[in-house]
Design a protein around this ligand. Structure first.
Ligand SMILES: *Cc1c(COP(=O)(O)O)cnc(C)c1O
Length: 362
C-alpha cells in the first residue's frame, strides 16, 4: 500500500535531533514562552525575510488574532476565497466580521483577482487570501487591488511555508502572514502550533500581548486577550524541522516534477509558472470521475485524499452566513483529488502511482 501520508516516516529522518530537543526542554524547567520560542521566532522571521514573528497556539488563532489586531469596524466585510479551508472563514467570523466569498481560478485553486471588483461592497475593509496547496496567490494583482481600495491584507499561509511569488515569500506581502504548524503541514510540529509574521511594529507589539491574556506586564491587562501561546516543546521541535525545511521542500518539488512528467494527460494538473515557486503542500489533480478514480486507486493500493469534499457555503455551520452560488468552488470540490506527496515518499513510489494511473485510462 502506498499511504497518502505517514508522519512517523516523514519525521523519522530527524528523530535523533527531535529527541535531543525534547529532552533539552524537559530538563530546562521552563515550558511556555521562553528562550526556545524567542529563538524560533527569530529564526522563522529570518527565514522569511520579515521583521517580526509571534508564536501562537495554532493556525486558526494566528488568523483570529491577526484579524482582530487590524482594529476594523465591527462587522466589516472581508473578502475570502470560496474554496478555502473552513478555518479562514471561521477566523473572520470569530473576529466579529463577515466573510464575503470570492471565486477561485480553476487552474490554481487560488482566489481569482478578476473576481475581486464584483465581490467588493461598501463595507469591505480587508482581503484574507489563502495560498492553497502550497502555491502563492497572485499577490501582484491582489496587492494592487488592496492598495487601490485601501483594504488591509491578511495571508493564510498554513499551506505555503516557503512558497514564493517572484522570489518573495508568502506571508510577507500583506499586513500579517498567518502560519499553522499542524503536524501535516510542510513545516509541521509534533502537536498544535502556529505563528503570525509581520513587518508592522505596532501590530507585532499588540499580538505579543493578545496571545497572552492581553497583558504587557504580569497581571496588568491592556487588551481583551486570548490564551494562545506557543510552548517551548513545539518551538524547540520546530527549530529542528525549520533547519530541514528547504530540503523537505526540494524533495516534494522533485516528486511533483515526476508527476508533471509522468501522469497521464487526461488528468488536469495544477498550473506551473516560472514566477510561482510552489511547495506542494498538496498535489491536487482534477478529474470528472474523481470518486471512481479514487476508489480504483484504493483497490490498487494507493491511498489518496480530498481537499476538500464539501465547500464552505454548503457546510451546515455556514447556513444563513454564506449565501449565494459559487459554481467554481462547487466544481473544484467535486473534481479534485490529492495524490500522495510527502517527505516520506520515495520517487519510486510516485512513479508507481503514475504507472497505475495509466492503467485506469486503459
Ligand atoms: C490547517 C489550516 C488552517 C488551520 O490551522 P490549525 O493549526 O489547524 O488551526 C488554516 N487555514 C488553512 C488553509 C489550513 O490548511
Amino acid at each position: 500500500m502506498i499511504e497518502y501520508e505517514s508522519l512517523a516516516r516523514s519525521n523519522a529522518e530527524f528523530m535523533a535531533e527531535l529527541e535531543q530537543a525534547a529532552i533539552r526542554v524537559i530538563r530546562s524547567g521552563w515550558y511556555v514562552l521562553g528562550d526556545e520560542v524567542s529563538a524560533f521566532e527569530a529564526e522563522f522571521a529570518r527565514y522569511l525575510g520579515v521583521k517580526h514573528c509571534i508564536g501562537v497556539g495554532n493556525g486558526l488563532d494566528a488568523l483570529i488574532l491577526s484579524i482582530e489586531a487590524l482594529d476594523l469596524p465591527h462587522a466589516s466585510d472581508i473578502l475570502v476565497a470560496s474554496n478555502t479551508y473552513i478555518a479562514t472563514i471561521l477566523a473572520i467570523i470569530r473576529a466579529g466580521h463577515r466573510p464575503v466569498l470570492v471565486e477561485p481560478e480553476r487552474e490554481t485553486f487560488n482566489m481569482d483577482p478578476a473576481c475581486l471588483p464584483a465581490a467588493q461592497t461598501f463595507n469591505t475593509r480587508a482581503i484574507c487570501v489563502t495560498h492553497l496547496f502550497g502555491k502563492s496567490c497572485r499577490m501582484d494583482a491582489i496587492g494592487a487591488f488592496a492598495r487601490e481600495h485601501d483594504l488591509r491584507l491578511v495571508e493564510d499561509c498554513a499551506q505555503s511555508h516557503g512558497a514564493k511569488l517572484n522570489g518573495k515569500m508568502t506571508g510577507t506581502f500583506g499586513d500579517a502572514g498567518c502560519f499553522s504548524f499542524y503536524p501535516t503541514k510542510n513545516l509541521g510540529a509534533i502537536g498544535d502550533a502556529g505563528a503570525v509574521v509581520t513587518n508592522n511594529d505596532a501590530l507585532a507589539d499588540q499580538l505579543r500581548h493578545t496571545r497572552n491574556y492581553g497583558s504587557k506586564q504580569k497581571y496588568v491587562n491592556e487588551y481583551i486577550g486570548a490564551n494562545s501561546r506557543l510552548d517551548e516543546m513545539q518551538a524547540a521541535l520546530l527549530r529542528v524541522k525549520l533547519r530541514h525545511l528547504d530540503a523537505m521542500t526540494a524533495h516534494k518539488r522533485k516528486l511533483a516534477a515526476i508527476y508533471f512528467e509522468q501522469l497521464p494527460d487526461w488528468l488536469t494538473l495544477p498550473r506551473q509558472r516560472p514566477d510561482e515557486f510552489d511547495v506542494f503542500h498538496i498535489f491536487g489533480v482534477r478529474h470528472a470521475r474523481r470518486d471512481a478514480l479514487r476508489a480504483w486507486l484504493l483497490e490498487n493500493s494507493v491511498r489518496t485524499d480530498i481537499h476538500y469534499p464539501i465547500p464552505p457555503h454548503r457546510q451546515k455551520a455556514m447556513q444563513g452566513i454564506l449565501e449565494g452560488e459559487y459554481p467554481v468552488s462547487d466544481e473544484l470540490h467535486s473534481t479534485v483529488l490529492s495524490l500522495p506527496i510527502s517527505f516520506g515518499h520515495t520517487p519510486d513510489q510516485i512513479e508507481q502511482v503514475c504507472d497505475k494511473l495509466h492503467k485506469f485510462s486503459a
